[in-house]
Design a protein around this ligand. Structure first.
Ligand SMILES: O=c1ccn([C@@H]2O[C@H](COP(=O)(O)O)[C@@H](O)[C@H]2O)c(=O)[nH]1
Length: 289
C-alpha cells in the first residue's frame, strides 16, 4: 500500500517533505533568463532542487496554486515535475485541498489520481461534509493512492472554525472530523499500522498535539508550518511516533534558503540541500531517534 511505501521511506530518509511552492519570484534571475517558457523555468528549478535532495527526503509536495497561477504553462510545469518525481520513484503529494459534492469530487479524483496530473497522495478539505470523500475511496482501496485530509490547519484562522466546541461532547470540531476519518480509515490500514487516509495537522499549533497523536494512533500526519510559519523541530516532533507517523513540510524554508547567501543565485539547489539537512537534524534530535 502507498502508506507502507511512505512509512518505509521515512524509516530510510527521515521526515522532511520538500514543498515545491515554486513562485517565479523565488526563482533565481539567471535561471529565468535561460529559459523562455514558464513551464521550463518551473521544471528546471524544481528538477535541480529534486536532484540535490532526493537522497535525503521521503516525499515532495507540490502546492498546485503556484502552478495554476501561471495558467496552462504553469500546469505544464506541474505535470513535468510530478512525472519526473514518479520516474525516479519518489512519492508525490498534490496539495490541491479539494472538497465538493460527490459528482464533482469524482472528477477531482480522476484528475489527480489518473492522467496527466497523477500523484500518489492528494490533500482534501472535509469541511463540506464526509460524503465529499467517498469518490476517492475506490482509489485508496486499490492500495496505490492515499489522501491527507485537513484536520487542524497551520494558519491562525484555524481557530475560527476548527476549534468551535460542538455537541454532544462539547469537543473541538476538529475532533469530530478526526474521529470520523479514523473510523473511515480503519479499512485502509497498511502493514505499517497506519492508514492511507491521513490528516493534515499544522505544526504551528502545539496545544493538544500530544492528545491528537495519542487519539489517532493509526493516522499518518502531513505536518506543515515548519520554518517560515514558525513551527520548530520540537513543535512538530509532538506529532510523530518513534520518529515516524508523519512527514513535515517546509516550502519557502527550503526552496528560498539560497537567498541568505551571496553566491545563492548560482548555488540555489546546494542551499536547498543544506536547509533539508539542517531541518532533518533538528527534527531527529527532538524526536529522539
Ligand atoms: O494547514 C496547512 C495546510 C497546508 N499548508 C501548505 O503547506 C505549505 C507551507 O509552506 P511554507 O512556505 O513552508 O510555509 C504551503 O504549500 C501551504 O499551502 C499549510 O501551510 N498549512
Amino acid at each position: 500500500m502507498i502508506i507502507d511505501r511512505l512509512f518505509n521511506e521515512v524509516e530510510k530518509n527521515g521526515n522532511v517533505c520538500v514543498g515545491l511552492d515554486s513562485h517565479l519570484d523565488y526563482i533565481p534571475v539567471n535561471l529565468k533568463e535561460k529559459y523562455q517558457d514558464i513551464d521550463e523555468v518551473l521544471f528546471k528549478y524544481n528538477k535541480e532542487i529534486i536532484d540535490k535532495t532526493c537522497d535525503l527526503v521521503p516525499v515532495y509536495k507540490l502546492q498546485i496554486a503556484y502552478y495554476e497561477a501561471y495558467g496552462i504553462k504553469g500546469l505544464l510545469g506541474y505535470k513535468k515535475t510530478i512525472e519526473y518525481l514518479r520516474s525516479i520513484k519518489k512519492i508525490t503529494i498534490g496539495d490541491i485541498k479539494r472538497g465538493d459534492i460527490s459528482s464533482t469530487a469524482e472528477m477531482y479524483a480522476k484528475a489527480h489520481f489518473e492522467g496527466e496530473f497523477e500523484v500518489d497522495f492528494i490533500t482534501l478539505n472535509p469541511y463540506l461534509g464526509f460524503d465529499t470523500l467517498t469518490p476517492f475511496l475506490k482509489y485508496i482501496e486499490s492500495g496505490e493512492k492515499g489522501v491527507f485530509v485537513l484536520l487542524r490547519t497551520s494558519n491562525p484562522g484555524a481557530k475560527d472554525i476548527q476549534y468551535l466546541k460542538v455537541s454532544p461532547k462539547d469537543e473541538y470540531l476538529y475532533y469530530i472530523v478526526g474521529d470520523k476519518l479514523n473510523e473511515i480509515g480503519t479499512k485502509y490500514r497498511g502493514s505499517c499500522g497506519y492508514s492511507s487516509i491521513g490528516a493534515v495537522v499544522g505544526g504551528t499549533h502545539v496545544d493538544e498535539a500530544k492528545e491528537i497523536r495519542n487519539r489517532y494512533k493509526n493516522m499518518f500526519f502531513l505536518i506543515p508550518g515548519y520554518g517560515h510559519q514558525g513551527a520548530t523541530g520540537k513543535d512538530v516532533s509532538l506529532y510523530l511516533n518513534n520518529g515516524n507517523g508523519g512527514v513535515i513540510n517546509s516550502s519557502r524554508g527550503i526552496i528560498t534558503a539560497y537567498k541568505n547567501y551571496e553566491d545563492g543565485n548560482q548555488r540555489f539547489a546546494d542551499y536547498a540541500r543544506k536547509a533539508v539537512l539542517e531541518m532533518r537534524e533538528d527534527i531527529q534530535s527532538e524526536s529522539g531517534v
